[in-house]
Design a protein around this ligand. Sequence first.
Ligand code: FES
Ligand SMILES: [Fe+2]
Length: 446
Amino acid sequence: MKPYEATQPPQDYSRYMDLGEGWVDRRIFWDEAIYERELEAIFARCWQFVAHDSQLPNKGDFLTTYLGEDGVIVARHADGKVYAFLNACTHRGNKICFADEGNARRFNCNYHGWSFNTAGELTGLPNEAEAYDAGDIDKRQWGARQARVESYKGMIFATFDPSAPSLEDYLGDYRWYLDAFLDNDEGGIEFLPGTIKSYANANWKFGVENFIGDAYHAWWTHDSGGKAMMGGAFPAYDPTDTFHASVNGHGWEFALEGFGDIAILGSQEIIDYYTEIRPRMIERIGNLRAHIFGSLASAAMFPNMTFLPGIHTFRTWLPRGPRKLELRIWTVVPKDAPQSVKQAINKACNMTFNPAGTLEMDDGENWEGNTRTNAGWVSRHEKLHYGSGLSRRIEHPDLPGIVHKGQFNDANQRLFYQRWADLMNARTWADVPQRYTPRYAGRPTR
Ligand code: FES
Ligand SMILES: [Fe+2]
């Protein structure tokens, strides 16, 4: 796979922030030229979530999604492997698949009918004998552009950058945290069928940075939603045993009570299920992670995959220009749970975190406001404050990554923007600095 010729960074993006002082320049949420650079330096380079194994169980199963603004088809081919390739015809460039998901043997382009198989190879040209003489086309050279595909515990990721580090290295010690969600029981997780799509006139980074650790907004933005779901306000904030942890720009904000997020779902059946399996979970991933799971928590993997582990909502934030995003949402359930528990989770998850849910509705309007006010030239040139918890960094004997104490904190957001600037400033992956000492990189996390 030939790499693209990398562009020299047109400017120094570090000038848009001072994370030691705790501020970020508002132009990164608005400027078209900065967004264009993001498409190359972030989205054409980083590993991004494209599917879970449970969404593509059979040969021929496919779904369509995006890496940045590049449409991709993700399909399980006849050889059993998953391929991801550009959803664009190599003849004149039309989309080759307009469906969101399905099962297919091939994708036929609407325009002249070229066909591509589920591995992205060009397999058929209508009227080939009449249109093409010997030597006109070598079909093997004109398949759809392939992305690299690697998976971690059923989660399938893709990148168009052949020089990107392996997925395991890209995740690094974040795997230690991910396992608390993906691997806390033998069956792992399963994506329930159905994708919810919604759109907001907001910069994609506002959605991601909210999930990477903005517990601070929940008590205010979601006060009434929380009361409606739980019959009372959110639990009082307890600064002991709450943390922000960041690895390579990925973040997880959490408490250790093991209960808060599950309680928000408001279903005794779900609480009973997790109470029953907790001893098994402790045996599998240890006491610490068995209590990270389920506690009031939220998480994001750089650049645009986020989830609420105990609430079971999982989403990707697809950029549609600097001022618009497409949000895709799924409900994730423990695969080994009884059907009734899966249904209860699905119902509760959708009552809270779908576009009409009691908690989700509150957020979009705020992010649209954060973005829209930058239309003002003066506003756009101002700074935003990201200084909460500047001095709370700690070394923790058991928690990997860069750890800060406290749940109300901008630490993970600062480290997300640090990673953003590192990538924006890098011509290739070789220029991206490693900002912490890995503990688990290169070996299994349990
Ligand atoms: S554009 Fe696809 S066949 Fe011509
Ligand atoms: Fe929120």
